[in-house]
Design a protein around this ligand. Structure first.
Ligand SMILES: [Cu+2]
Length: 156
């Protein structure tokens, strides 16, 4: 009898959860990635001998039109061996980039701009130089939402 009561309780709970999920559109994050672009790599040659020719930065805006926060937790792209979320911070008057392993939260109804001097995606170990007019795809992973693949345009 006790088992049956528990099972019924679980069923009621599941029904309630299903109802909440079905009707809960506004309590979910709804993310969009706008205007993704990357700077051309310096030198334009993959034989530049490393240095700045081997890294790139990607910028975009994350907009959350939903009713709950979400977090960008990772980025992948075929053009680079490693893609890291970075932030440029000014410490003692010196701007330096630091990795942001905890990711970036996008509150509901807000936009977070990834741009020069702020958050960006750092591409390291580029497999080919990025020239103006080139395009490549990049996939962003989130804590809650499905991942989003965007087209990145290379421009100045
Ligand atoms: Cu960086």
């Amino acid at each position: 009898m006790r088992v049956r009561t528990t099972a019924l309780g679980a069923l009621v709970m599941l029904t309630f959860l299903a109802f909440t999920v079905a009707c809960g559109r506004t309590v979910e994050p709804r993310l969009q990635v706008e205007a993704a672009w990357a700077r051309p790599t310096a030198g334009g040659s993959s034989h530049a001998g490393g240095g700045m020719g081997n890294v790139g930065a990607v910028y975009f805006t994350l907009a959350n039109g939903g009713g709950a926060p979400d977090r960008l937790i990772g980025v992948t792209t075929r053009v680079a061996e490693v893609a890291e979320i970075h932030q440029t911070r000014v410490q003692d008057g010196v701007a330096r980039m630091v990795p942001v392993p905890e990711g970036v939260i996008v509150p509901p109804g807000e936009r977070v701009v990834f741009g020069p001097g702020s958050y960006h995606v750092m591409l390291m170990g580029l497999r080919r130089p990025l020239r103006p007019g080139d395009r490549f795809t990049m996939t962003l992973s989130f804590e809650q939402s499905d991942s989003i693949t965007v087209n990145v345009e290379v421009r100045q």
